[in-house]
Structure formats: C-alpha cells, structure tokens
Design a protein around this ligand. Structure first.
Ligand code: AMP
Length: 193
C-alpha cells in the first residue's frame, strides 16, 4: 500500500508489448511470449498490446490473463475482424486508425518490450526507436532476442552507424536481452512510475 494514501495501491508500470500476429516457426517463440505474459502478471504490471488474439500477441495476452494480470488492448476498428480479440478479461480501446492506435499505446505505456514479429512489429519498434532518437520519450525499448531472431536487425543498425547514417547512441537506445526474465528484471530496475 502507498504510504501517502493507504487505500490507493501504488501504480505499477504498464508494459507495451510489440510482437508478431503470427506464431513463427519455432515453438520457443510462443513459449517466450507466454512466459512474458506470465511475468507481467506476476509482477503486477499492466500489459498494453495491439488487442488481437492471434499469434504471439494472443499468447502474451492469454498468459497474462491466466495469471490474473491487467490487460489493455488497443485496436483499430477495421482490424477487429482480421485480428479478433481473445475472450479474456481486458479493457479494449477501439481506435479509428493505425496511427491513433500507436499514439494511444505509447501514451498508456512506461516501457516497450519487443518479441519476434514481422513488419507490423518492426513498424511499431521503429516508431518507438525513432521517437526516442528524437528525444520525444525516455521509455526503455527492450528487444527479447529469442533464438537470435533480432541479430539481422542489430547488424543492420551497426551497418547504419558504420556508414554514418545513424549515430552510435541509436544503438544504445535499444536494450537487448535473451529472455523474458531479463526483460522484466530490466523494467523492475529502470522503470519507476
Ligand atoms: P506483424 O509483426 O506483422 O505480425 O504485426 C504485429 C502487429 O503489428 C499487428 O497487430 C499489426 O496490426 C501491427 N501493425 C502496426 N503497424 C502496422 C503496419 N504498418 N502494418 C502492418 N501491421 C502493423
């Protein structure tokens, strides 16, 4: 309980998870997604995500829900039939556009954790990363590098820096970990709300 106001529980960070709307080829991707959802719930954090019940997104949300975690899903109206929500207890916000969705996901969150995914995941990651590069936010961006999935992206960023199309600080804005446990430990240590 909060010392200042005994009846108000302390606010816990909200973690925005970006990840694939597909499960990917390796069952370890889904296992990492489920473990992340479990850890979000067990640590009392809120999950903020794209609202769909498909692929790794669905795995994270299902595991968060199974462990009684709080969930906020944010989805554009037109996507609701393509990425139908899970039937779990969650707050769902319907937006008009993809950009509204991203803006609301960013506004609701205190940290980003990125699991393997496709172009949609990259779009969301790059929005967070480029906004951090512009100094528009200071939220951590944590890449979970399951099965070294993100190695080609990290090599591309190093290539950009070597060719002076990006500054070395660009790389420093990303925290790369191997497991959901490390991602949650990073949030616990660095995010205070
Ligand atoms: P993906 O990684 O392609 O499976 O997509 C993961 C999530 O990113 C899905 O919920 C997509 O709706 C979302 N997403 C966000 N921005 C985009 C975009 N520009 N194109 C496609 N998907 C997107």
């Amino acid at each position: 309980m909060n010392k200042m106001s005994p009846n108000v529980p302390p606010k816990q960070p909200a973690i925005c998870v970006f990840c694939g709307s597909s499960p990917g080829i390796d069952p370890d991707f889904a296992a990492a997604a489920r473990r992340l959802g479990e850890l979000i719930a067990k640590n009392g954090y809120q999950l903020v995500f794209g609202g769909g019940g498909v692929g790794l997104m669905g795995e994270v949300a299902a595991a968060t829900s199974e462990h009684q975690g709080k969930i906020l899903g944010i989805i554009p109206d037109f996507l609701r039939h393509l990425e139908p929500p899970l039937h779990v207890k969650s707050e769902i916000v319907i937006t008009a556009t993809m950009n509204d969705r991203k803006a609301q996901m960013f506004a609701a969150s205190d940290a980003f954790i990125v699991l393997p995914g496709g172009l949609g995941t990259l779009d969301e990651l790059f929005e967070a990363h480029t906004n951090a590069q512009l100094g528009l936010h200071k939220m951590p961006i944590i890449l979970v590098n399951t099965k070294n999935y993100w190695d080609p992206l990290l090599a591309l960023i190093d290539h950009m820096i070597a060719n002076e199309f990006a500054r070395p600080v660009t790389r420093d804005l990303l925290t790369v970990v191997n497991t959901p446990e490390e991602a949650i430990a990073y949030v616990a240590e660095h995010v205070k709300v």
